[in-house]
Design a protein. Structure first.
Length: 136
C-alpha cells in the first residue's frame, strides 16, 4: 500500500495549513499593523514585484533543459504559495518573544492577505493573457 494511503486524513495539506493561518491571525496586532500599513504594503509590493521576479529569473534561467518560455517565467513570477512557511516562522518568533516579533507577524499577515487577494484572484486571468491556459 502506498505511504499516502496509510497516512491519516489529518495530515492532508489543508488540514495542516489552516491552523497556522488561524494562529497567526490571532497573534496579529491590528493597531500595530494599521500604524505600519503603508510601509508594510511597500515592503510586500517590493517582494511581489521585484524580489520574486528577480529570484524566479535567477533560478530558472540557468535551467536550460526545462526550456522555459518568457511567458512561463512571467507566470511563475506572479504565482505563489499562500504564505504558510512565513506564517509559521512568524508564529515561532511570536512564541519565542523575539524583538519586534509583533511587527514581523503583522507584516507577514499583510503579505499573506495581499498575495491571496491580489495574486490568487488574478492567476487564471494572467494565464489567459499569456496564452498559457489549456482549454479542454
Amino acid at each position: 500500500m502506498p505511504v499516502s494511503r496509510r497516512l491519516p486524513l489529518i495530515f492532508t495539506h489543508k488540514n495542516c495549513t489552516r491552523p497556522i493561518f488561524i494562529l497567526l491571525g490571532t497573534q496579529v496586532d491590528f493597531v500595530l499593523m494599521n500604524k505600519y500599513l503603508f510601509g508594510g504594503i511597500a515592503v510586500v509590493a517590493v517582494f511581489m514585484l521585484v524580489a520574486r521576479p528577480v529570484t524566479v529569473f535567477l533560478c530558472a534561467l540557468p535551467d536550460r533543459r526545462a526550456k522555459w518560455t518568457f511567458k512561463e517565467l512571467l507566470f511563475m513570477c506572479w504565482t505563489r504559495e499562500t504564505g504558510v512557511i512565513p506564517g509559521a516562522l512568524a508564529g515561532l518568533l511570536m512564541g519565542m518573544g523575539a524583538p519586534e516579533a509583533k511587527l514581523i507577524a503583522s507584516v507577514t499577515f499583510l503579505a499573506i492577505l495581499m498575495t491571496i487577494l491580489i495574486q490568487a484572484t488574478t492567476t487564471r486571468w494572467l494565464a489567459g493573457k499569456l496564452n498559457l491556459l489549456i482549454v479542454e
